[in-house]
Ligand binder design. Structure first.
Ligand code: ZN
Length: 502
């Protein structure tokens, strides 16, 4: 850092350098998931470790700490205030977690992950239990090092959903559960549910699936000059810059729509990344708000748009041109019902839009109880199975189908799960506002026009970067705080008619 520049200019130069290092990390990760040869994994892990060390060193360098401290006390306004505040948040976190704890967490997470893979293969929770106990203990130490007010869980939640507090989200998530459980029960008990079957189990050429997916991606407004679509085992979106956004999906010949909905979901993330304010690129305000706001984008495009009747009124004829034999005689009603099947599933990642949040709420309640010391790791499988039964009316037959199914806890990701459901809540509230502002959004979708909705998202959400926190953004865009009603209204309005309920 040269001392001849003004303090805020020195600050932005340092912040942009940190962003550049993050950019390199994210590209190495993307490469690892999409095209790295198998034997590249050792050296790659080392490179990523080196970069992470460099980021930590730069972020916590005494001259940057001092600079941030003095700027923070200067009473800045506008973007400068948010930039300093957010960098300070990262810096404080990095400074407060002792080096020995970071090393111990990294080591434990990698061993716990291996233990989880084996435990899941053998479907024996006891093989993973001591590792999860250790992770919970270390994450609690991390939370105490970072500091918090109210619940200890806040320190972990804040890492994924900045400025969110469990005291505020828990009442909403509890209300959602109380309203969802009886609706799901009613739907699954309906006559229509008893008649639902998988009508489209046939073979669908993967190359044709891909070209159809690319066409939809372009129609939605994803800029291929500023992004890519590739294949990976687990679909993801990694954006390091509005001009370079990487999406992935996976194709299976036996499944017609899973790759497509994967593409639309990741496109929702990608459109957000491409729409972030380019002028603030590399600075905290130029980034996304939170995982929850990110997920509000992917869920809106995937579900409210991609699984709508209007969307398929437009695209089914085109899809049938790709697969004339397989889709012969399949009309819009049948297809719409097919892509919106509600099922009692055990596995979160296969869950439909209606039941998905119940899977999440269960995980949120359990991980919060673990961290707060209200639940012992040893009791986890039993409590998991009981809650699955009471929320979804289904009981896992094994640990692999129950408590061992997700990778998150084995990687120390505690506080992450609620962001999925927050995303659905934010998404439904934004979508309702967009419908009111745009007039005939369903008509636009029926014509395959998405620029109205994308323009609305750009103006109201994307272009703001992270100038507002998630709850400020919801208030600003919709005129009220986050509520459960809009997601429930959306689900009721869509699924009651679909399942012949009044
Ligand atoms: Zn997502």
């Amino acid at each position: 850092m040269s001392n001849s520049e003004a303090p805020y200019e020195r600050f932005t130069a340092a912040a942009r350098e940190l962003a550049d290092l993050g950019h390199a990390e994210s590209l190495l990760h993307w490469d690892q998931e999409t095209c790295m040869p198998r034997r590249g994994s050792g050296p790659r892990a080392r490179s990523l470790g080196t970069l992470a060390g460099l980021v930590h060193e730069r972020l916590t360098a005494p001259d940057l700490v001092e600079l941030v401290e003095s700027l923070d006390g200067e009473g800045l306004s506008g973007d400068a205030r948010v930039n300093v505040r957010e960098l300070k948040r990262h810096q404080d976190r990095a400074l407060r977690i002792p080096r020995e704890l970071v090393v111990e967490l990294t080591r434990t997470e990698s061993l716990a992950h291996e233990a989880w893979v084996e435990a899941r293969e053998k479907s024996e929770f006891v093989l993973f239990q001591p590792w999860l106990e250790k992770i919970v203990d270390l994450k609690r130490q991390e939370a105490h090092a970072v500091g918090f007010t109210g619940s200890v869980y806040n320190a972990l939640l804040d890492h994924f959903e900045p400025h969110a507090r469990v005291e505020e989200i828990e009442p909403l998530l509890g209300e959602l559960r109380r309203r969802l459980v009886p609706l799901v029960e009613e739907i699954l008990g309906s006559e229509a549910a008893a008649q639902r079957e998988d009508l489209l189990e046939r073979e669908y050429d993967v190359a044709l699936q891909e070209s159809f997916g690319r066409r939809v991606l372009a129609d939605l407004g994803f800029d291929m000059e500023a992004g890519r679509l590739d294949v990976s085992v687990h679909p993801f979106c990694s954006g390091s810059h509005p001009g370079d956004v990487r999406l992935t999906t996976r194709y299976a010949a036996g499944q017609l729509t899973s790759a497509l909905f994967g593409i639309i979901h990741e496109a929702g993330h990608g459109l957000y990344e491409q729409g972030l304010p380019a002028e603030a690129e590399g600075l905290p305000v130029g980034g996304s708000v939170s995982l929850g706001i990110h997920e509000s984008q992917s869920r809106t495009w995937e579900n409210a748009v991609g699984r709508s009747r209007e969307f398929w009124e437009h695209y089914l004829p085109h899809l049938a041109e790709c697969f004339p034999a397989q889709l012969e005689g399949v009309g819009v009603d049948r297809f719409y019902a097919f892509v919106n099947r509600v099922e009692r599933s055990l596995i979160r990642v296969e869950a439909d839009e209606m039941t998905y949040d119940l899977h999440i709420l269960l995980r949120f309640e359990l991980e919060k109880a673990l961290i707060e010391g209200e639940l012992d790791v040893g009791d986890l499988p039993g409590v998991w199975n009981e809650r699955m039964d009471s929320y979804l009316g289904i009981r896992p037959g094994s640990d692999a189908e129950g408590v061992l199914q997700d990778i998150h806890w084995s990687m120390g990701l505690i506080g992450y799960f609620p962001t999925y459901t927050l995303g659905n809540l934010y998404g439904a509230q934004f979508h309702r506002r967009a419908c009111a502002d745009l007039g005939d959004l369903p008509g636009q979708i029926r014509r395959g026009e998405f620029s109205g909705l994308l323009g609305w998202m750009r103006e109201n959400i994307h272009s703001r970067g992270s100038r507002l926190t998630a709850s400020e953004l919801v208030q600003e865009v919709t005129g009220e705080p986050l509520r459960v009603d809009y997601l429930m209204e959306y689900l009721e309005g869509k699924y009651r008619p679909l399942y012949g309920l009044d």
